[in-house]
Design a protein around this ligand. Structure first.
Ligand code: ADP
Ligand code: TRP
Length: 330
């Protein structure tokens, strides 16, 4: 039997998971389970560029693990692991660093964004795409399901693999297919900008029902009066509603809003109901799984072993190619 293709993605532990992460990365990732062997990990090393709170890092890593499980990642067939549990990823990043120009890294959006927004620009922020390339290339995935904002990073990983291959042998590293799901748009947040933990505009994936309603109700809308006709298409409420409601439900709400006499408050209530319908069962499972920390740690330990089995042979191959002795696991 031909081996299954592999899909890989990581999520940083830098705050509460939100609907942008769910729609942009997790939901897409879950859909791949039949066709691919899925390797999904918690990018805790990447989190350190901004997350300097050890307790939060630990807790948020477990939140991500419980979220994947609650939403249906089947760990009997797929891998769920913590990036830092496989420390040779940082070793591998070094080999990539040594073939990657400073000028090239200065073009990364993540770096440019940190500079433009006057955020802390530490070396981790600068080297971020190199570590991400190592995450990818260590496991030879065919596909990397990420939101559009990460597309450039995935392309950079292809280029880094190309540089290493042209120096040390064409077959050394497999290039991940640049197939990134273009249909997944950037999910807007409460203020209409990209939903992001860094912008404080998120609707959390798993909070209480009450909090979810409150958040949805605080979505920005225009100030059209109650009686006036309103346009659902292109509004933040509309963009989100389209992703959680059926096509019929969307057309129905669109019609009622454009007729006038229906306020944004009503539309938001319907949006809340649609989100809640999709997430309420998983939310209950999430809170149950999150309580049992030991079992989460056990799942991550199993993921680590499977991830080791895939990555160590690749590491050995690279070590040999660059002229280093084999790594001996103590
Ligand atoms: P954040 O921007 O909140 O820090 P991350 O950078 O940790 O989120 O993103 C984790 C995953 O979720 C990535 O694959 C990213 O592309 C996706 N993602 C994050 N925010 C959004 C969004 N607003 N729309 C679509 N996808 C998103
Ligand atoms: N950089 C990604 C983000 O900010 C997270 C990430 C780290 C990742 N390593 C990865 C995603 C490897 C895909 C593949 O969202």
């Amino acid at each position: 039997m031909a081996e299954k293709k592999r899909a890989l993605t990581g999520i940083r532990a830098t705050g509460q998971l939100h609907l942008g992460n769910y729609l942009g990365a997790i939901k897409e990732g879950l859909k791949l389970q039949n066709e691919y062997e899925c390797l999904y990990f918690i990018a805790d090393l990447h989190s350190l560029t901004t997350n300097k709170d050890p307790k939060a890092l630990r807790e948020q890593s477990l939140d991500i693990a419980a979220s994947w499980l609650a939403l249906g990642l089947d760990v009997s067939k797929h891998l769920l692991y913590r990036q830092s549990d496989l420390p040779h990823v940082t070793e591998f990043a070094w080999y990539l660093s040594c073939v990657t120009g400073v000028g090239y890294l200065q073009k990364a959006h993540s770096y440019k964004d940190a500079v433009a927004k006057d955020k802390e620009v530490n070396h981790g922020v600068f080297a971020y795409p190199v570590l991400m390339a190592a995450d990818i290339l260590m496991y030879e995935p065919d596909l990397v399901p990420v939101g559009k904002d990460q597309k450039q990073h995935v392309e950079m990983s292809r280029n880094m693999a190309g540089s290493l291959n042209s120096l040390y042998g064409k077959e050394l590293l497999k290039l991940p297919e640049p197939k990134i799901n273009e249909d997944v748009m950037t999910i807007p947040g409460l203020d209409g900008q990209k939903m992001s933990k860094s912008y404080d505009n998120v609707i959390p994936l798993f909070s209480t029902e009450k909090d979810l309603r409150k958040k949805v109700m605080s979505l920005v809308t225009d100030s059209t009066g109650l009686e006036e006709p309103k346009k659902l298409d292109g509004s933040t409420v509309g963009l989100l509603f389209e992703l959680f409601a059926s096509a019929d439900e969307y057309q129905d709400l669109k019609g009622r809003l454009s007729a006038g006499g229906l306020g944004w408050g009503h539309a938001k209530e319907e949006l809340f109901q649609a989100i809640n319908r999709e997430l309420s069962e998983a939310r209950a499972r999430y809170f149950e799984l999150r309580e049992d920390e030991q079992s989460l740690q056990q799942t991550l330990a199993e993921g680590r072993e499977k991830a080791m089995a895939i990555s160590i042979p690749i590491l050995q191959r690279v070590r040999e190619a660059v002229g280093l002795p084999p790594f001996i696991r103590g």
